[in-house]
Design a protein around this ligand. Structure first.
Ligand SMILES: NC(=O)c1ccc[n+]([C@@H]2O[C@H](COP(=O)([O-])OP(=O)(O)OC[C@H]3O[C@@H](n4cnc5c(N)ncnc54)[C@H](OP(=O)(O)O)[C@@H]3O)[C@@H](O)[C@H]2O)c1
Length: 330
């Protein structure tokens, strides 16, 4: 099968197309013929061994994905496609089913075929969706959901979402709205209309206004793009308010520190938890018309380097999709 492989950590041009062996499903696994996948920040960070995040994070990244060179040669975590074969113990899926999901740290979706355990994050595709629409359902939304679950969002709770136009941000706005919260979304001028259309009650253009200086306060501030800090946001939180980060070693330390009852604090789900039932929840939301993944650009698998360079601009809006096998419905 064709796959995008890499044998050393480095810039996007370490990626190349190669013919590799097709995986064979184990007893409890499903073999998926992939029609669409995505390039996201996990792929980018892993490919360069998180070298921009400092020595400690780079080392940790290499311990997970291979100290000298990548243990898994194929990146890609999100997928949508058709079940090509199933192991003897599989009961939830049958050959021909249209499925989508999110793989784990073993990656493998930038390829024509990939195996997934049936108990892992794989589900039947929502009705009426194309493969390219279904591939980016999980990653941003599961990250957003994992963070927002910490915040007891409901009617009357006020949340500000910073970086509302990214993969996590566009999902976060829709989910916070679904949970009934009052949503303020922060993005640059060109993305204001989009985030408003996703359900933000009000928007702030960060190129014109600094939300930390306008005197408004929130119950929750969600930094969906890793560009803000608890320190800078603190005065914009209500007493007892929560700051939800998406990454950063400092944030993890802050989240682990004990805090006084009722104090403003950083909350981060440790260890990260993105269970299969959340994938099924997203599917339900899509079928109820309450959520849709935002797609910025779609590239053929062959153009993975170009797609990756675009993701690395940190300006993508929502998600970047790769079509595999022409992404065709068959
Ligand atoms: N997606 C993942 O795989 C993943 C997994 C775990 C953790 N994370 C972390 O989660 C965070 C977000 O990831 P993501 O994939 O959702 O990001 P993303 O999609 O790459 O975010 C891109 C968006 O961020 C906005 N942006 C860029 N600089 C900004 C700034 N200074 N202020 C406000 N907005 C800015 C851009 O909009 P404008 O052009 O309008 O500024 C763009 O639409 C990162 O910290 C990442 O490390 C990501």
């Amino acid at each position: 099968m064709r796959a995008v492989v890499y044998d050393r950590y480095g810039p996007p041009d370490v990626l190349r197309l190669e013919d590799v062996e097709r995986p064979v499903p184990k007893q409890d696994e499903v073999l998926v013929k992939i029609h669409a996948t995505t390039v996201n920040r996990s792929d980018v960070h892993t490919r360069e061994a998180n070298r921009r995040s400092g020595l400690a994070v780079t080392l940790l990244s290499r311990l997970i994905s291979g100290l000298r060179r990548p243990r898994q040669r194929i990146l890609g975590r999100e997928f949508a496609g058709e079940v090509e074969a199933v192991g003897a113990a599989v009961s939830e899926f049958a050959v021909g089913d249209r499925v989508f999901g999110l793989g784990g740290l073993t990656f493998g979706a930038h390829a024509e075929f990939m195996c997934m355990r049936e108990s892992a994050r794989i589900a039947h595709m929502p009705a009426g969706m194309s493969f390219e629409e279904a591939a980016p359902i999980c990653d941003g939304a599961l990250n957003a959901l994992m963070c927002l679950k910490q915040a007891d969002l409901r009617k009357g709770r006020r949340i500000l979402i910073y970086g509302a136009s990214g993969a996590i941000g566009t999902a976060g706005v829709q989910l916070a709205r679904y949970f009934g919260a009052d949503v303020t979304a922060v993005s640059s001028t060109k993305n204001l209309e989009l985030v408003r259309s996703l359900g933000a009650d009000r928007v702030i253009d960060y190129t014109k206004e600094d939300f930390t200086k306008n005197g408004q306060t929130y119950d929750v501030i969600f930094d969906a793009v890793g560009k803000h800090s608890f320190k800078r946001c603190r005065d914009s939180l209500e007493p007892g308010g929560l700051y939800l980060p998406t990454d950063g070693p400092v944030n993890i330390l802050l989240a682990l520190m004990p805090s006084r009852k009722g104090a403003k604090r950083v909350v981060f789900q440790l260890p990260p938890r993105q269970p299969k039932k959340d994938v099924l929840f997203l599917k339900e939301l899509i079928e109820a018309g309450k959520f849709r993944p935002v797609i910025d650009r779609c590239y053929p698998l062959e153009d993975v380097i170009e797609a990756t360079r675009y993701v690395e601009t940190q300006r993508k809006v929502g998600n970047v999709v790769l079509s595999v096998n022409d992404g065709r419905d068959s």
